[in-house]
Design a protein around this ligand. Structure first.
Ligand SMILES: [Zn+2]
Length: 498
């Protein structure tokens, strides 16, 4: 029951894990706010010469300290240092690599480098990795991870952020998920699909109980020493199990054959059969199959408790009709589903900017084969005429959202030389657009790029950010793609790129 829904459970919280996640929050405060009064008190008592990250239980700990230290491994597992100036973080002993499993370096390196700070890996007086130095010292795993760390020019201090959360902030939910994923095996796609079906919750719940084989069929009741008839109440020719009632009984078989799903008799157990069906059919067919299973179970209960004989056609038709009416009711707003349709706001076609404005469209592309990202930016005037385009590449296997944000930063940097009075910067990444409008500073690498973008935009004059669908951003997309095939950056003025 405490397993996540995607792992075959029902998603109840594991209380111990949940408790650790709550305690971690207290530890996270001590780690990230070392200047608050309570942090001073704990430091004076338990870790006077180190930081919370290296703190140990010590002798004669208080109950509170003992409890917080229970969560210490979880805090260390999820916390990372975002490099700003790199002067506070030591290469060999700090968790600064953005890797989910191991945040420490794995290369064998000389002791003088291990104890050096991270700014020694940057180009002097620049906020840029020294690619040659990093490539010389580290193995390929560490090298790839280091090049994925964006270096913002506005942050001088190295800060802690929480890796499992996209904003880099500690949340009990993200910590619980991190700890829970360590306890659960990889999830099966069948479970995921089962909980995604567009059917009433009671039907999903029934299928989950059928997969877990906890439906009160004769075989299950006999195992619990309940005296019942062993034979199937419908065909009287075989013992009753959930697989028999829902699949192999001749009544069930006729239902499947007369529906669009068809009959598959090659499996030996219900969970195998359902897994095969969920893998083979699309979401609509799977939803119908779920309703038919539910109908077959109701039909069996009607026979057992009321002595009513059902008909094949009516089971299949009622399943289809109830599904249709239920889905219609949801669509009509009777039970409005949660809508996250902010994408609908983005324009689908490119539009000219208002009079007196210029528009710069920007896009980024990941070139995984070469371990780099490429940007493209296209400037057009209020009349829609081409003014200039630029493409450039940057080494590093960044996440898509970081790549898009770096593209925006690069475009803003490039716009400086045009001295436009007012410019619209248009992108197709909603995450970056929202982050630029958000007043909040995220403490992770993504946040450091956004901070740079905001500062650049302020220095430019009047800059408005705009979000469009990908189809309205095709020019920038094409230039970014073109940049990925060139060895160096390219720039075009007055005449558009081919
Ligand atoms: Zn039967």
């Amino acid at each position: 029951m405490c397993k996540p829904k995607t792992h075959g459970g029902i998603g109840f919280k594991r209380l111990h894990v949940f408790n650790v996640a709550m305690l971690s929050k207290q530890g996270w405060h001590l780690l990230t706010n070392p200047n608050i009064l309570v942090a001073h008190l704990f430091k004076a008592r338990y870790y006077p010469n180190t930081s919370f990250a290296e703190a140990r239980l010590g002798s004669n700990p208080s109950y509170v300290w003992h409890s917080i230290l229970t969560a210490h491994p979880a805090i260390i597992r999820g916390s990372r240092i975002q490099i700003g100036g790199g002067r506070q973080t030591v290469i060999g002993s700090a968790p600064w690599l953005p890797d989910k499993d191991n945040s420490f370096i794995s290369s064998t390196i000389p002791a003088n480098i291990t104890s050096a700070t991270i700014d020694s890996l940057m180009v002097p007086n620049q906020r840029k990795w020294d690619y040659d130095v990093v490539a010389d010292i580290f193995n390929s795993r560490d090298r790839d991870l280091i090049f994925r760390i964006p270096l913002g020019s506005r942050w001088d201090v190295d800060t802690w952020y929480w890796l499992p959360d996209s904003k880099g902030l500690y949340t009990v939910r993200s910590c619980y998920r991190m700890l829970d994923s360590m306890l659960s095996p990889p999830c099966s796609s069948a479970w995921r699909k089962l909980w995604q079906l567009h059917v009433p919750a009671k039907v999903k719940n029934f299928l989950w109980r059928a997969m877990a084989n906890v439906i009160p069929t004769s075989d299950n009741l006999l195992q619990r020493r309940v005296e019942v008839q062993t034979l199937c109440p419908l065909c009287h020719s075989s013992s009753e199990s959930i697989f028999h009632i829902l699949v192999t009984c001749h009544f069930a078989k006729s239902c499947w054959i007369s529906s669009v799903i068809g009959f598959n008799g090659t499996c030996l157990h219900f969970d195998q059969w359902l897994e095969e069906l969920l893998g083979r059919c699309n979401l609509d067919e799977c939803s119908l199959a779920a309703m038919i299973c539910w109908g077959l179970w109701l039909n069996r209960n009607n026979k057992v408790w009321k002595g009513v004989n059902g008909r094949v056609r009516s089971v299949v038709n009622v399943a289809g009709q109830s599904l249709f009416f239920w889905q219609q009711a949801r669509k009509s707003g009777f039970f409005p589903p949660p809508v996250h349709d902010s994408l609908a706001q983005g324009s689908v076609c490119w539009e000219k900017p208002s009079s007196g404005w210029h528009k710069c469209n920007v896009d980024a592309a990941l070139v995984r084969s070469r371990g780099l990202i490429s940007f493209g930016a296209v400037i057009r005037s209020a009349g829609g005429d081409f003014i200039a385009a630029k493409s450039n590449t940057l080494p590093g296997r960044f996440d898509p959202r970081e790549a898009e944000a770096l593209g925006v930063k690069e475009a803003l940097d490039w716009l400086k030389k045009f001295h436009f009075k007012s410019v619209v910067l248009e992108m197709d990444s909603l995450l970056v657009f929202n982050a630029l409008h958000d007043k909040f500073d995220y403490p992770n690498g993504f946040g450091s790029i956004i901070a740079d973008c905001r500062a650049l935009a302020q220095s430019l004059g009047e800059v408005a950010f705009s979000f469009v669908r990908r189809s309205a951003n095709s020019a920038a997309h094409a230039v970014a793609r073109m940049g990925s095939s060139m060895s160096d950056s390219g720039e075009w003025s007055f005449v558009p790129p081919p």
